[in-house]
Ligand binder design. Structure first.
Ligand code: LMR
Length: 398
């Protein structure tokens, strides 16, 4: 069957990880995939996760199926993180949450749900966006279009272009946003800008879909959900795809959620019934472990506090690496102002490195960067920072 079929290209992000793993050079550095590493270059299991797993090992009594939508305790924890402990959306039962396998699974469940009821919609993505957004929504059958977002000249949001584009999007289309820690640029919208966007959504009537994969990696768990709170307060319909891969370090447990917010509880019940039909034919019901771990942590005040501390430590280490990179490049006399790297939020920086430089770094220094120049700051450590700064300085000179 396969002899006349051309092989598919490697994934632009996960394919890079494969190449990195196969690279025997001991000095290799992976600044590609968005996975947190500590200063020893390891992706740790959080201590709060280990503690919760210990409790689960003692308490767990069955491996029977979860409900199609997942554990209701997990869904309640997801909603509290999204809308706050006393969120009006939660009190009025306006949100329907299903446990999905990771952020990608949540996006795909949302895409398949929307395709059923908005078959003619176009999905609008920020320019640029995470490469997999295109794959997920195109595979679900949606035509794609882009709205202005990042301005390479100012290294900031092109807000005039963004609002111009959002105002021209017709009612009945779907607009995907990065709630915080924009991937790949690291450039976020501020609170006033979010308020304007909510107003445009209200006036124009398109459907907002928020991708929220990095809650707590921007400023903090509460600060990072500002956009979710604003859309919730608007009373509009919207969706949120959230993930615990990064903020709980549960990458391989595929622990995410899709939340559909509706104006009324009655509509939310209808949304949940259709969510279940979508989930049933893709993966039937979710894997249990990651949801049980996060629900255990979030339901226990001590473990919850411990998690917030561990999350803050991850966030702060990345901020420190941003400064170390900027200082390192300046110290080597690399031409240009790199201070924008310090202003960006989350794991990533759109470094401004060209594809030619990215290729040079991989070929000559075994440093792996995603095409387009996205750097994962969490891949930098006190041990490899000088090596990376030397390499970038040399690449930009050659
Ligand atoms: C990334 O952007 O590197 C992460 O979200 C991992 C992935 O699945 O691409």
């Amino acid at each position: 069957m396969w002899k006349n079929i051309v092989a598919a290209p490697a994934d632009s992000i996960l394919g890079l990880t494969e190449a990195f793993r196969n690279d025997p050079n001991p000095q290799k550095v992976n600044l590609g995939v968005g996975v947190y590493k500590d200063d020893a270059g390891k992706t740790p299991i959080l201590a709060c996760v280990k503690a919760a797993e210990k409790l689960l090992l003692e308490r767990e009594t069955t491996k029977s199926y979860l409900p199609i939508s997942g554990d209701p305790v997990y869904a309640a924890c997801v909603q509290k993180l999204l809308f706050g402990e006393d969120g009006e959306v939660v009190a009025n039962r306006r949100a329907a949450t299903v446990h999905a396998p990771g952020g990608t699974g949540a996006l795909r469940v949302g895409a398949d749900l929307l395709k059923k009821f908005m078959p003619k919609a176009t999905v609008w993505l920020s320019s640029p966006t995470w490469a997999n957004h295109k794959g997920v929504f195109a595979t679900a059958g949606f035509p794609l279009s882009e709205y202005a977002y990042y301005d390479p000249a100012t290294k900031d949001v092109d807000f005039a272009g963004l609002t111009r584009d959002l105002q021209a999007i017709p009612a009945g289309d779907i607009v995907l946003f990065h709630t915080c820690c924009h991937n790949p640029s690291g450039v976020d919208l501020d609170q006033g800008q979010w308020r304007e966007i909510v107003e445009i959504a209200r006036e124009r009537g398109w459907l907002p879909f928020l991708d929220f994969a990095y809650q707590g990696f921007g400023i903090g768990v509460e600060e990072d959900r500002y956009a979710v709170e604003q859309f919730a307060a608007s009373g509009l319909d919207f969706l949120v795809a959230s993930s615990f891969s990064k903020n709980f370090g549960l990458y391989n447990e595929r622990t995410g959620a899709l939340t559909v917010v509706s104006p009324t509880a009655a509509e939310s019940t209808v949304a949940m019934s259709h969510l279940k039909t979508v989930v049933r034919v893709i993966y039937s019901n979710p894997p249990a472990h990651g949801g049980l771990v996060t629900a255990t942590i979030l339901s226990d005040p001590d473990l919850h506090r411990q998690w917030l501390g561990e999350l803050a430590a991850m966030r702060e280490r990345i901020v420190a690496m941003r400064s170390a990179l900027v200082d390192g490049l300046n110290a080597r006399g690399v031409a240009g102002d790199f201070s924008y790297i310090k202003r960006q939020r989350g794991m990533f920086s759109f470094s401004g490195l060209s594809d030619a430089t990215v290729a040079w770094l991989r070929q000559h220094r075994n440093i792996y960067v995603v095409g387009g120049g996205r750097i994962n700051l969490a891949g930098l450590t006190s041990k490899n920072i000088d090596y990376v700064c030397d390499a970038i300085a040399e690449a930009l000179r050659s």
